[in-house]
Design a protein around this ligand. Structure first.
Ligand code: FES
Length: 165
């Protein structure tokens, strides 16, 4: 089934089996390997991407449902030359060990701050730094869909706290 998805600002029309997940479309059809497949069952968050600015588990969503949507993967969040503040904060706080969950953690954290910014728009800046002061408990709750098997949670929370301000 022909499906046009704009990924990181670039529109692509793919001929997809209707059973193809968005995660597999990204990884296998568009060669964007940043989004990771951990459980493939919606339990780990390694596959988190933003769809029209909202975070989802891309393993749980059929790609053909996203015709006309705008998807942002970790590759579109920022790169070596233009790190997003959240990526820089993860580096600064050493918020990973093996790194497998990191793309999903960062996409989820960016999406989570967008959600917070929508609730309190007057406090949000464009790059989300200083978006909203969240308590550590709120960050833990809002990031509970992203599992880190290395258990780098204190550093992950510290990184998000740095950006959220
Ligand atoms: Fe999608 Fe685990 S791979 S939630």
């Amino acid at each position: 089934m022909k499906t046009t998805i704009t990924v990181n600002g670039q529109a692509s029309t793919l001929d997809l089996d209707t059973r193809t997940s968005l995660l597999d479309a990204l990884r296998e059809h568009l060669n964007l390997k940043g989004s990771k497949k951990g459980c493939d069952h919606g339990q780990c968050g390694a596959c988190t991407v933003l769809v029209n600015g909202v975070r989802i588990n891309s393993c749980l969503s059929l790609a053909v449902m996203h015709d006309g949507d705008e998807v942002t993967t970790i590759e579109g969040i920022g790169g070596e030359e233009n790190l997003h503040p959240m990526q820089q904060a993860f580096l600064t706080q050493d918020a990973f060990q093996c790194g497998y969950c990191t793309p999903g953690q960062i996409c989820s954290a960016v999406g989570m701050l967008k959600e917070a910014a929508q609730n309190w728009p007057s406090q949000a800046s464009e790059d989300l730094t200083g978006a909203i002061a969240l308590t550590d408990a709120e960050i833990r709750e809002r990031m509970s869909g992203n599992i880190c098997r290395c258990s780098a949670y204190p550093q992950i929370i510290a990184a998000i706290r740095d950006v959220a301000g």
